[in-house]
Design a protein around this ligand. Structure first.
Ligand SMILES: [Zn+2]
Ligand SMILES: [Zn+2]
Length: 357
């Protein structure tokens, strides 16, 4: 699964707001004062902005994310994340033989302070009559700070994930989840925050799964489900994240041999997807998702020895996909439809050719 930044959506209204603001400025030039509170959005001095990231002095060349467990190669002194450099014998920057790797705690503390402080300079409402307000914590309103920082942290985590630096990603995502939890505590269960937390927790679950920590993964996926079920399931993305989290728990239970539990999670996921189709029936990707869920449930039913139920499930999915017509521009979806359909048909023919037990 390609991780999608749960903050992508949050960034858009912000951009729109900015654009609107600029537009409004032109329109009302010389006109009445809009009365807007002064909002500063300074650029990060290191270039670590969520929109325009460039490699800075605090980054690791290998994973292209902020350093995690900074480690210095000796004798050349080039610095990388511990997990990243441990896969190399020669320094990727200068080619020198690595004789020893030692922790660079000083640099790491700079990185950690940077993360702690990042985005806190953004979006602070400043009383322009009093310059000192900025340095006085109590008078600055950190509006949406955790979202800004959240987008940044998720971006860093996704980079680390791509480079297989799982611990780095987990660390960034954990901070992000904490930020959102703080916000939820102060603002109540806002749908957008719940949805973001659900997504971030899902990513944390993926990290655990990647390092073989099934119990940790289930814990995060469960929590993700808990937050996502607080939301109305009419949004495509929420339905998607929720049903995928449920399926992932189902998979982990399945591999663990707990078929009953696996079935119940797959079944819940199927329910979420069915409801979504009911509320907006003409989204082909959602119909495909229902078919996939039907197949998952049917597969467990077969393993549990409920052959008739399984066959019905596979058949329902086949009928569903058979009557699904896609537009010519949905080529990749059509490809997926055909491959799922083929899988489903194989499930029925394979079984029929087998002798009855
Ligand atoms: Zn790295
Ligand atoms: Zn080097």
């Amino acid at each position: 699964m390609t991780p999608v930044c749960p903050f992508v959506k949050a960034a858009r209204p912000d951009d729109a707001q900015l654009a609107r603001k600029h537009g409004a400025e032109h329109e009302t030039q010389g006109g009445k004062d809009s009365g807007d509170t002064a909002t500063i959005s300074p650029k990060c001095p290191f270039g670590y902005d969520s929109q325009s990231f460039k490699l800075g002095p605090l980054s690791c060349m290998i994973c292209q994310a902020l350093l995690f467990e900074s480690s210095k190669c000796l004798p050349c002194s080039h610095v990388y994340c511990k997990a990243c450099i441990s896969r190399f014998k020669d320094c990727p920057l200068c080619g020198a033989d690595i004789e020893k790797i030692e922790a660079d705690t000083n640099l790491q503390s700079v990185v950690d302070r940077f993360i702690e402080g990042h985005a806190r300079i953004k979006r602070s409402h400043v009383d322009t009559n009093n310059e000192e307000v900025v340095s006085d914590n109590k008078k600055v309103i950190y509006e949406d700070v955790s979202m800004e920082r959240g987008a940044f942290l998720v971006q860093q985590a996704m980079r680390a994930l791509r480079a297989q630096n799982i611990e780095s990603a987990k660390s960034r995502l954990s901070i992000c989840a904490e930020d959102i939890r703080d916000q939820l505590e102060s603002k109540g269960n806002m749908p957008e925050l719940c949805s973001q937390l659900g997504a971030v927790l899902g990513m944390l679950g993926d990290c655990c799964r990647a390092v073989g920590d099934a119990a940790g993964a289930i814990k995060y996926f469960e929590e993700s489900v808990e937050f996502l079920t607080k939301l109305p399931t009419d949004g495509l993305e929420i339905t998607q994240t929720l049903s995928v989290s449920l399926n992932k728990i189902g998979d982990l239970k399945y591999y663990d041999g707990d078929l009953q539990a696996a079935r119940s999670y797959y079944f819940r996921s199927l329910g979420v997807r069915r409801d979504a189709v009911k509320s907006c029936s003409d989204v082909p990707s959602q119909i495909l998702d229902v078919a996939v869920s039907l197949a998952k449930v049917a597969d467990v039913d077969r393993s549990l020895g409920n052959e008739n139920v399984a066959v019905n499930g596979f058949q329902e999915a086949i009928n569903m996909l058979g009557s699904l017509t896609l537009k010519s521009e949905e080529a990749s979806l059509e490809q997926r439809r055909l491959s799922v359909l083929e899988f489903l048909k194989n499930q029925l023919t394979d079984k029929q050719s087998e002798p009855a037990p």
